[in-house]
Design a binder for this molecule. Structure first.
Ligand code: GLN
Ligand code: ZN
Length: 762
């Protein structure tokens, strides 16, 4: 029974790679230094895995930016706009071409855009999207894979297992840049290059090669299924004498089980954390000789494995296949977990004893093997941690559980239907046609960030800090009044991050010091951890919203983050369904909404930018998710009177396939991002005859460019042609925290002018 690992975090224990890359980009270190930093991280990772008893140690899982971009370079799928960079850098300066593709290239009169980036399945990792043309060619372009493998061989010997994104998933992860061809048809051109790569790795001494095919766990069309059969058939024919492991993860094989188990390869990896139920089906269909890698340890979360549960799965598989045909493994690459729990010295030891980061998860692979071989002590130790978590009063709060259990339909329904609410709200606020507002945050300048840093370092007292934030808030309010906005915001100067700010004030949350996870390139995020039942010990935002409302006669919007976004951007509990955690958060936000209302705030925005990204990977699971997610939002929004106006906000507004659910949120006003699509994204709302009020963003906040009044009037005219004019609000696409003040003020002035013109013309 081999102990397998699919991939390891590449940033290094103290984010050394981030620092090295950023120094290289800034011209502070040279290429050799950067490569040296990478070498050290790799060697440390490999050594650690060997020391932990891992038998198949991944290599080529390292990347300076992204593993999909590495494949693009390896396969020579370089988009033509980089040919100039290509001729400029000579072949041993491949690194500059690579970073140009990742980040764009501005030098010596060249200005080339970066390749597009998108989310890696349902993780918060972003990959660089391959670009394909109809006459796309592939060839081995880069030697990096082979030199990394040789390096790994020196350290790990036979254990070194190169990891590549498999040919079908590589194509499916990419994008056609021309019409009239399908990317999947490129498989015939692509497979020969994979064959060549695999043969070379074999010649250098590789015994196992891992080909990641996460798309096998997604909905596939007929052509895509055929591509799998074709690709692996060809590889099997051409590459004898080396073992291929196909790795699937993030969901179950379901209708692709037959296809997956019958691929002519030596081993198949399945994710038994996301889809434990697939084990029995796989075991019943698996042909003789195929080895099964059991992904029993959660590669997507921070919790200790329940060895008893995993052992049952392992025993089940061993009894059918025998020990020699089983591998023990984390569910997916450990890239998505933080590096090392030992570095966390501030977490309550009782809670820490329930947790495991990447390094600890490697130890779990080994421990499971030991336990399987008869070590009962390790099992007992583990089970006492698991038991204490089941009962601990740190986690379990009866009052919270009772409240969630008692939720009724009335809790997720406003008192009256929208038409009556709209009337009452019009009488109350007397807003003009095309009312203007912003999404919440104003520029988070260095000064504002410094305030928080100084408070943390103890250089400012809380009073001094609060006074400075108050001043920033008052300034922002005066500016909004001068510009003539109708509904104001306080600016969110007191917030570091829209989830962390709430997490810090809710019970049931903890924060790590070093729990970084790669998001894209050198950028890492440190998601807060929900460990227990969530409750709200006291008001969270009332102090700031109330203060802001006192400074002005105009309506001041209260600003909250919604339950699904809080859930989605945190590490969540694995000891209860996500839906239950969502309801707990929803009740806490609901109480805050009511508290704001009681404090005289008449308009409250509950941001839900993450609703869409929470969609499950398989379509069959969408409706169950949408049911509880939309309900959680409604619970948070429905505690108020009809006269109180609830807004919600979402970025990435491609809502075609879930527009019904967006409408079911029943927010009085929804503000969305639409300017970059020239209002095209509004079509879904128009086709659906979206009944409530809506603010389609009229300017792109992602760039410092100041839009003209004329442009924005045009966009408003487009919007008014699609939806009733009396339902339309005027606002930017998203919050302004990443912008600077000068462009923000100019853009907002033009926006208010645009609204005035629209009132006259439309
Ligand atoms: N209210 C938040 C802000 O203005 C919304 C951010 C978001 O949608 N991501 O920054
Ligand atoms: Zn937004």
């Amino acid at each position: 029974m081999l102990k397998n690992n699919l991939g390891y975090p590449r940033m290094g224990s103290h984010r050394q790679l981030k620092k090295a890359c950023e120094q290289y980009w800034a011209g502070k270190i040279n290429r050799k230094d950067l490569q040296q930093a990478a070498r050290k991280i790799k060697e440390e990772n490999w050594q650690l895995q060997l020391n932990t008893g891992i038998d198949l140690v991944p290599c080529n899982d390292f990347s300076f930016y992204d593993q999909v971009l590495d494949m693009t370079l390896l396969l020579g799928a370089i988009p033509s706009r980089y040919t100039q960079v290509l001729t400029e850098v000579n072949s041993n300066e491949e690194m500059d071409l690579y970073f140009a593709m990742a980040r764009g290239y501005q030098k010596d009169g060249l200005d080339i855009t970066a390749m597009e980036m998108t989310k890696w399945f349902d993780t918060n990792y972003h990959y660089i999207v391959p670009e394909f043309t109809a006459d796309q060619q592939f060839r081995i372009f880069s030697e990096t894979l082979f030199s990394e493998f040789n390096h790994a061989r020196q350290i790990c010997g036979k254990a070194a297992k190169p990891v590549l994104l498999g040919p079908v998933s590589y194509l499916l992860a990419g994008k056609e840049k021309e019409a009239d061809f399908e990317k999947i048809d490129l498989i015939k051109k692509l497979v020969p290059v994979y064959v060549e790569i695999i043969k070379r790795l074999k010649n250098y001494g590789a015994e196992w090669i891992q080909l990641d095919e996460p798309f096998l766990a997604l909905d596939l069309g007929k052509k895509e299924k055929q591509a799998f059969e074709y690709a692996y058939g060809e590889i099997a024919k051409a590459c004898k004498g080396v073992n291929i492991l196909v790795a699937t993860y993030f969901d179950g094989l379901l209708d692709n089980t037959q296809l997956a188990v019958n691929l002519p390869v030596e081993a198949l990896h399945i994710d038994l954390v996301r889809a434990p139920e697939q084990l029995d089906e796989v075991l019943s269909l698996i042909p003789d000789n195929l080895i099964l890698s059991l992904g029993v340890i959660d590669g997507r979360n921070v919790w200790k494995n329940d060895y008893m549960k995993s052992l049952l799965q392992i025993n089940n598989a061993v009894s059918k296949l025998g020990e020699e045909r089983i591998m023990i493994s984390p569910s997916c690459s450990l890239l998505h977990t933080p590096f090392d729990l030992d570095q966390e010295t501030q977490i309550n030891p009782e809670i820490k004893n329930w947790m495991a980061f990447a390094k600890q998860k490697l130890e779990e692979v080994n421990a499971l093997y030991q336990i399987f071989s008869g070590n009962t002590e390790l099992l007992h130790l583990n089970q006492s941690a698991i038991q204490s978590r089941k009962k601990s009063p740190l986690i379990h709060k009866d009052l919270v559980k009772q409240r969630v259990a008692a939720i009724t339909d009335a809790d997720s329904t406003r008192k009256s239907a929208f038409p009556l609410r709209q009337q009452l709200q019009q009488q109350r606020f007397k807003l003009p046609l095309f009312p203007t507002t912003t999404i919440g945050s104003f520029p988070q300048t260095d000064e504002i960030r410094q305030l928080r840093a100084r408070l943390k370092r103890g250089e400012l007292t809380t009073d001094q800090y609060d006074a400075a934030i108050e001043k920033a808030t008052i300034d922002a309010i005066r500016l909004q009044e001068e510009i003539g906005l109708d509904v104001l915001v306080h600016g969110e100067f007191e917030r570091n991050d829209m989830v962390e700010y709430f997490g810090e004030q809710l019970d049931g949350y903890l924060f790590t010091k070093n729990g970084w996870v790669q998001s894209y390139g050198s950028r890492c995020v440190k998601p807060p951890v929900i460990f227990g039942d969530i409750s709200r010990p006291k008001d969270m935002t009332v102090r700031w919203s109330h203060f802001a409302q006192q400074q002005t006669d105009r309506p001041m919007k209260g600003m909250l983050t919604g339950p699904i976004t809080i859930l989605q951007w945190s590490f969540v509990r694995d000891d209860q369904p996500r839906s239950v955690t969502a309801n707990q958060i929803a009740l806490a936000i609901r109480d805050e909404v009511v508290a704001l209302e009681n404090a005289g705030i008449g308009i409250i925005q509950i941001d839900e930018p993450a609703i869409r990204e929470g969609l499950p990977l398989r379509r069959a699971n969408w409706s169950a998710y949408l049911d509880w997610a939309i309900k959680a939002f409604r619970i948070s929004a429905s505690g108020v009177k009809d006269e109180t106006q609830i807004h919600t906000h979402m970025c990435y507004s491609e809502f075609n396939d879930i527009i019904e659910n967006i409408a079911a949120m029943d927010a009085d006003v929804i503000t969305i991002e639409t300017s970059r699509s020239q209002m095209d994204l509004l079509n879904a709302f128009a086709d659906f005859e979206y009944p409530n009020e809506i603010g389609p963003g009229v300017y792109d906040i992602h760039s410092p460019r100041v839009p003209t009044t004329y442009e924005m009037v045009n966009l408003l005219e487009k919007a008014a042609a699609l939806l009733p004019a009396q339902n339309i609000w005027v606002n930017p696409d998203c919050g302004l925290k990443t912008r600077h003040w000068p462009e923000t003020l100019s853009a907002l002035k033009n926006m208010v002018d645009a609204a005035k013109q629209a009132r006259e013309n439309i």
